[in-house]
Design a protein around this ligand. Sequence first.
Ligand code: 5GP
Length: 208
Amino acid sequence: MKGSIFIVSAPSGAGKTTLCRRLTEAVPRILHSISYTTRQARDGEVDGRDYFFVDEARFMSMVGAGEFLEWAEVHGNLYGTSRAKLFEMIQGGIDVILDIDTQGAAQIRQKGIDVTFIFILPPSPETLKERLIARKTDSEQVILGRLKKVREEISDYRLYDYVIINNSLDVALNELGSVVLSRRLHMSRVDHEWIKETFGLEAAESKF
Ligand code: 5GP
């Protein structure tokens, strides 16, 4: 059985990165897709673990070669999802979570790929601001830019399949895990051959 793709989008500061990391630690057989970006690595970020950090020339040559399933400019930097790496994981039966912005999600939606779309909201705009300041990873100017974009980023939430409000990390993690698990149990993911063989179901007995 091939793996499923989950797209998680949220305005920055909604806790999406932490949630996705905790999810891959808590749930087996799901991995985080590592994007390519032209953004500078933040303190503590590791190349090949958090992102593949590349310069703009390399990024644009990958765009030219059609290596990205989707790519977008977000907050002045380029970000993209490698097509080959993603499909390799899916073919290997691994579920993959893509932490990408709403532009990238829209590109994938237009391609008609079977994906579960999840949107994470902070409990309030104030919490978002507090979280961005508290994480101390961005300058005041960058934070102001990110906050300005919040309304725009949130306006697309209706295009998603699920909405999770990240008030408490543990509750939100549980909810995110439930979405992943319910997707795994969905009829479209059931191994019908296995059921047929195990229970000796004849083709004639099956109505499908
Ligand atoms: P950050 O710089 O804070 O890590 O990420 C900024 C934004 O870029 C986040 O909204 C994140 O979801 C988005 N992002 C990260 N990787 C990708 C990607 O591969 N494609 C797109 N479209 N957005 C991405």
